[in-house]
Design a protein around this ligand. Structure first.
Ligand code: ANZ
Ligand code: ZN
Length: 820
């Protein structure tokens, strides 16, 4: 019968809480360690095994660090605004506030059953006015610095979620949340000027310890491109326009130019005979998203405007077209087309019978479009130059005539943050007929989200329908004004939550910079890889913006990042309530106790890979803890009995001591890199060695006691309640202070000497074939090893009648006897 059960979980959870064991110590800043797991949405479904997989193992890592002497800060909270909570509310008819609060209460309870050392005293809930007041403050600060602005732009629209989306929320043309195909609308929206930080967001990646793949995704998303802007004058008109090109070396091959249909010059350039066709084409383009338009496989289409432009390098006239493969949102919204060397231009030229002129000579391609890079031809004074040299020389020449210059472009667009939904932080701006857009004064924050609102989405901001909310007075002139009815995207709330955690109770300011600058950056951040180009990018931007305003003294919010793997449903699909494949931890916990469940997750799956759920191994983990229990209990009685006790360190002691230190060493290094499954395998080895030792006729009680204590200590991060129980059994305490806890003990140190074995097993070969194995002392010389090998019984026999030609010794591993 096993002693370990949920009763033990509860007992220690209570004790830990009462004794404030995990409280962060603000006086020990030199050893602070900020460990953070991405907080979750309090959606209707409860915590499933996947959530545990995020939080449980990281808590084990934090406990390990605590025992190494770190002053750990591990806060927890809820990302409570946003579509999931709102959609759940719409489905059930329960108000988002009520359902969210209820869900949070349930999730808190489930999280507490995990027994993690969360700093609950610093909990934050982003939909609480005490939190979003400061989200609004952040927004106003950005506004003050010109980093938040409003503009009319063609934006992504999800017809199912009835709201605009940021570029980052469009995944392969679909809505990040619901998958519905995203369309475009011309709307006036609020943006945050993340592009101001494009370059630093790129270079900063070199300074942080993040998975390479995530860094490269961000790099790609930011998309730095170095090229040139080249000016084309319009024939017979007093206008000109710039194109962005990365291939100035191909300028002599330009046979036409293409503007994005939305380019504001189009109307002016369109001749009357082309007007009708151009208008029709513009209308058709409006419906398509940028992602669709960029597809390589899609047929390229366009319309001639009737006007011509002059190639600035050779004075040739080329027709001006519009085409939807040119995006209005990239570069200058205009391209010079070089069909001989660019695939898209080539397809377009073929379709519309436009000329193709080869200007780069290379050898690797024989079919059009020709090789990309090579030597310039058909370019007069530049003939024979390499592409690279040509780029420089051609731009130099253009620059002399003020018709071109070097230019760096980024793919990154400003972050669209306004949403036409109810469940978010109101944007703290009012509109006055006289004064225009006026920020709500800081002392009037928060702009409270009203409770009684018809929130079912219909494409218009629900807050606009709330008279009580929308009508206000202008803070500037006191006249009649209306409030901004859009709310902030939840990613704004989560872009700064890691700052608020560290000073969560501050009601005077968003945070006290002095505290934050000591507590941050976050030392270890753990969460899903799907956030690579959203949350993780937004948070970096916000940190840099607040730093430049003087509030922060660090450049990056998250120094080290790990993505945990995904625990899939038993069917191999992502766990979701709608698929009915979620695994609830609750039943397992009541059956086995939380430590068994936690340890099984850590032992059964690689932390960074995850995998499909199966509970095949959970019984064996439960049995492992039972075995440990038995061994500890038996050892305890052996020591107490005080019979057959010795004080010497003999062979059996040395053997156990070897396994003890071997485990300490491996568990330390594996846990450090969150490689929990192998760490637990080492604990199992250690346990086997203990089991063997206590069957000895005589035992060294003092040594056994020390060894058991070490074992409990290195087991503690993985089975916290269980280990606390047995640590206290072995080391009874009066509970006067917190020294009772195994988590206040020092992590055991490796005694390297114990790892040097007295004996090693070596293989003995004859002519390269293994014939025998034997144990030899480690401290003997080569001749003695040869002697032992040659005198081994079976070897002696095999060598009979043969001549030993040579004996080769590879120390610690083998002896090869060459014989004829
Ligand atoms: C002429 C040329 C010749 C180009 C050639 C490429 C190859 P990246 O590297 O992504 O920055 N381009 C510029 N603005 C564009 C827009 N708004 N929509 C669509 N395409 C645009 O790509 C830069 C290249 O993409 C530019 O260089 C331009 O085409 C095109 F053999 O200019 B290139
Ligand atoms: Zn006013």
């Amino acid at each position: 019968m096993t002693n370990y059960s949920t009763a033990i979980d509860k007992k220690w959870q209570k004790k830990w809480e009462e004794s404030e064991l995990y409280k962060f110590n603000p006086d020990k800043m030199d050893k602070k360690l900020y460990v953070l797991e991405m907080f979750s949405y309090p959606s209707g479904s409860q915590l499933h095994a996947g959530h545990w997989f995020n939080y449980g193992p990281v808590d084990s890592w934090a406990r390990f660090k605590r025992m190494q002497g770190y002053n750990v800060f591990q806060p927890m909270g809820f990302d409570a605004f946003g579509l999931p909570a709102e959609n759940y509310a719409i489905k059930t008819g329960i108000h988002p506030w009520d359902s969210t609060k209820k869900n949070i209460a349930t999730m808190e309870e489930q999280l507490k059953a995990m027994g993690a050392m969360f700093n609950w005293e610093n909990e934050i809930v982003t939909c609480d006015p005490e939190y979003y007041k400061w989200t609004q403050w952040v927004f106003l600060k950005l506004y003050e610095k010109g980093l938040a602005y409003r503009k009319k732009a063609p934006v992504n629209w999800c017809p199912s979620c009835n709201t605009v989306l940021a570029n980052e929320q469009v995944v392969e043309g679909g809505c990040e949340r619901c998958g519905t195909e995203v369309t475009k609308k011309d709307l006036t929206q609020w943006f945050l000027k993340i592009t101001d930080y494009a370059d630093e967001l790129l270079t900063g990646l070199d300074s942080i310890d993040w998975p390479e793949k995530t860094k490269s995704m961000q790099k790609h998303w930011i998309g730095k491109s170095t090229g040139a802007e080249v000016t084309f004058k319009v024939k017979d008109k007093d206008i000109s326009f710039d194109v962005f090109t990365t291939r100035a070396d191909t300028l002599f091959g330009v046979t036409y130019v293409v503007l994005a249909p939305e380019n504001p010059l189009v109307d002016e350039l369109t001749t009357s005979s082309q007007k009708e066709e151009v208008e029709r084409y513009k209308d058709a383009t409006k419906k398509q998203s940028d992602i669709e338009r960029q597809s390589i496989t899609r047929e390229k289409t366009g319309v001639f405007t009737g006007s011509y432009a002059i190639n600035p390098i050779n004075g040739l006239e080329v027709p001006i077209w519009i085409g939807d493969y040119v995006l209005s949102t990239y570069g200058t919204g205009a391209v010079m087309a070089v069909p001989a060397h660019d695939e898209r231009d080539f397809a377009f030229a073929k379709k519309y019978n436009l000329p193709i002129v080869k200007v780069i000579d290379g050898k690797d391609k024989t079919e059009l479009p020709f090789t990309e890079y090579g030597t310039l031809v058909n370019s007069e004074e530049f003939d024979g130059m390499s592409s690279e040299e040509g780029k420089i020389k051609i731009v130099e020449k253009l620059a002399e005539n003020k018709l071109g210059s070097e230019k760096v472009n980024y793919r990154l667009r400003d972050w669209l943050v306004s949403r036409q939904r109810y469940w978010g932080a109101p944007i703290p701006i009012v509109y006055c007929d006289k004064c225009g857009a006026v920020p709500v004064p800081y002392e009037n924050l928060p702009v409270t989200l009203p409770y009684d609102v018809e929130f079912a989405p219909d494409g218009k901001s629900p807050l606009a329908k709330s008279e009580e909310f929308i009508n206000t007075t202008c803070p500037h002139c006191g006249g009649k004004a209306t409030r901004e009815a859009d709310t902030l995207d939840t990613f704004v709330c989560s872009s700064w939550y890691y700052l608020r955690y560290a000073d969560s109770k501050n009601d005077k300011e968003a945070f006290n910079p002095e505290i934050i600058n000591k507590m941050l950056p976050v030392d270890k951040y753990v969460g899903g890889p799907e956030h690579a180009c959203m949350h993780l990018l937004y948070a970096r931007f916000l940190t840099k913006a607040l730093r430049d305003m003087g509030y922060l003294n660090f450049d990056e919010p998250f120094l080290s990042l790990t993505h945990q793997g995904l625990i899939l449903g038993p069917d191999g699909f992502k766990m979701s309530k709608s698929k009915g494949n979620t695994i609830s931890p609750d039943d397992y916990i009541s059956q086995y106790g939380s430590d068994v469940f936690r340890m099984y997750l850590m032992f059964g799956f690689s932390y960074v890979e995850g995998g499909a759920w199966s509970d095949d191994g959970i019984k064996s983990v439960a049995r492992f803890l039972e075995r440990i229990e038995r061994i500890i209990e038996n050892s305890y009685s052996l020591i107490k009995e005080n019979k057959n006790i010795k004080n010497t360190m003999d062979k059996a002691e040395k053997e156990l001591n070897y396994w003890r230190h071997n485990s300490i060493k491996a568990v330390t290094s594996d846990t450090e890199i969150l490689q929990f499954n192998t760490a637990i395998a080492r604990l199992m080895e250690f346990n086997n060695a203990l089991s063997k030792y206590i069957q000895e006729e005589t035992i060294n009680a003092k040594f056994l006691e020390e060894t058991i204590n070490d074992f409990i200590k290195i087991l503690a991060p993985f089975a916290p309640h269980f280990a606390e129980e047995y640590y206290n059994k072995f080391n009874p305490s009066d509970f006067k202070d917190n020294s009772y806890s195994v988590f206040n003990q020092k992590w055991p140190e490796v005694d390297e000497k114990a790892l040097i074995k007295d004996e090693v097993e070596i293989a003995i070969q004859i002519n390269g074939k293994i014939k025998a194995k034997t144990n030899i002392p480690t401290d003997i010389d080569e001749n003695a090893i040869k002697e032992i090998a040659l005198n081994e019984a079976s070897i002696k026999e095999a060598l009979e009648g043969k001549n030993v030609v040579k004996v080769i010794v590879i120390k610690g591993r083998l002896v090869n006897i060459v014989a004829k």
